[in-house]
Design a protein around this ligand. Sequence first.
Ligand code: PLP
Length: 382
Amino acid sequence: MIPYGKHQIVDADIAAVVDVLENQFLTQGQMVPAFEQALCEYTQAKYCTAVNSGTSGLHVACLALGVGPGDWLWTSPNSFVASANCALYCGAKIDFVDIDPHTRNLDTDELAAKLQLAKREARLPKAIVVVHFAGLSCDMQAISALAREYDVKVIEDAAHGLGGFYKGRPIGSCQYSDIAVLSFHPVKSITTAEGGAVMTNDANLAERSVLFAKHGVTRDPDKLTEHHGPWYYQQHELGFNYRMSDIHAALGLSQLSRLASFITARKTLAHRYHKALAELPVQLPLPNDSTNDSSAWHLYMIELLSGDRKSVFEQLQSKGIGVNVHYIPIHLQPYYQRMGFTAGQFPCAEQFYQRAITLPLYPDLQIEQQDRVIQALREILK
Ligand SMILES: *Cc1c(COP(=O)(O)O)cnc(C)c1O
């Protein structure tokens, strides 16, 4: 079976992890700050807090921005449930903005219209979580202009985006957002097994991210209201233990050194899909590979323009092709339906879900394997 996504582990990754196990602190050592520094250098963001998952990162981002009970948070329905759950963790309310069927990202015109209406009804969101779906950046300039106009905070769910570029800057730079959150789950651009990071250019948000990721506890002498001695710490917020371990950070640091080659391999494979599938009755992702704007190619998703998706999916599976579907719109999940969301509310995300199939795409996917995928699709769709 050819999987839809797969990490790459080489001897250097293993050596980096073993070195921590044999010689270093397992947690709260030197590897986490080294990984954080390297992520700042890569993304050009000023501050980084490594955490134990992208989901924890989204939670921390919301907490750092002060999202809480009574607030609204908006996101894209075409995402993993974590993009919305982070609001609910904070006791905030959630709503969605439909996607643009071409980019498959949150539609900025829809966002503008919804913000205008929400302003009139005095229920503007505190923050929006924008998702760079499949590695293609959202229209961050337009989003940040709207966010400024309506005084809304912007969190980038950049779980798919590491390695992509927007207007010449790496995704994760936070040039047009308050915070960007990365994920290092094994199917993502680089892996730490489980892990994530909170990026920001704002010193105060960075400080709050660290605080919420580490129990809400501080040892900073300037922050303490009393000074009992060198052992002393204070809890100032209800934080969590979302720390990344040094074992995970060592893996991440080693992986990060190969990120550029991972993205090059993904890009090459994506171009091969574009060419090979152009004649089939499918809608392909936007090519989006100018020098300044390039996808991280986290996923390669086709949309069937005819035929039965389930049948095509099953036929591909039976030929050993590990296809997948991203995503079941969040508002159609039973948990969200219980909150009052219904089918038909976000038609573009729903239509995308009806027609979409995720094809295998990862750096180690071999040309012969990709040709098997292409051949299988041609046979099924002809
Ligand atoms: C993977 C993913 C997450 C969650 O990241 P984890 O590291 O698995 O917790 C959040 N949002 C999106 C869009 C993702 O793909």
